[in-house]
Write a protein that binds this ligand. Structure first.
Ligand code: TMP
Length: 203
């Protein structure tokens, strides 16, 4: 029996988190270990509608509206997440650290407000372990250039992503439940580091 833990993948654009979460999904499928995976913003019908609204290039919202929309999308995921909490492994492609890194460290929204609403939505649900994927800004730009479609949050200035990445690093500083993945290193090496860690976490 494997432990039913909640694992988040965080990081800025082009940091490889979606690639690694897909690789972990494949691993769990191969091992026939029950899991669910969802991305934020998004993850179900209503949250995906909110995702479209936030990330549409034509949308113009202020930073507080963005915060409320991200949290609204999260709120719509909570029934599903609570239903599966400790019953299946839960893989999250972004979660509350993204809100703190982007809306607080990146955009300057008040941290207490973010934490208050977030705690109200999450109640006792919590992330057990987080892979924080970091990337240098050159590699990030290279990877973004390869994308066919860019969304509203893919086109900020470099300075913004630096602030967000430093924010993620501050959130994770000296905390054991984070593993930093340096995505400037070869992908095969990082795949192994992550799967080795997953195997240990599930024991
Ligand atoms: P992604 O699906 O490519 O990661 O894009 C989602 C974007 O939304 C990304 O730029 C990060 C941003 N975001 C926030 O700003 N706050 C949040 O709470 C979440 C979940 C994502």
């Amino acid at each position: 029996m494997s432990k039913k833990i909640v694992i988040a993948f965080e990081g800025i654009e082009g940091s490889g988190k979606t690639f690694h979460i897909d690789n972990v999904s494949k691993y769990l499928k191969r091992k026939k270990i029950p899991y669910i995976k969802l991305r934020e913003p998004g993850g179900n019908k209503n949250s995906e509608k909110i995702r479209k609204l936030i990330l549409d290039k034509k949308s113009i919202f202020n930073k507080k509206t963005d915060l409320l929309l991200y949290l609204a999308a999260r709120s719509e995921n909570m029934d599903n997440l609570k239903k599966n909490f400790r019953k299946k492994i839960i893989l999250l492609d972004r979660f509350n650290d993204s809100t703190i890194a982007y809306q607080h460290f990146g955009m300057g929204v008040n941290l207490d407000i973010i934490k208050k609403i977030n705690n109200h939505i999450l109640k006792s649900f919590k992330v057990d372990f987080t892979f924080l994927n970091i990337v240098n800004i050159n590699n990030m730009q290279k990877r973004l250039k390869q994308r066919k479609k860019l969304n509203r949050y893919d086109t900020f200035k470099e300075k913004f992503y630096k602030k967000v990445q430093n924010g993620f690093l501050r959130i994770s500083k000296n905390k054991k439940r984070y593993k930093i993945i340096n995505s400037n290193l070869p992908i095969e090496l990082n795949k192994k580091i992550i799967i080795d860690k997953i195997e240990k976490l599930l024991k």
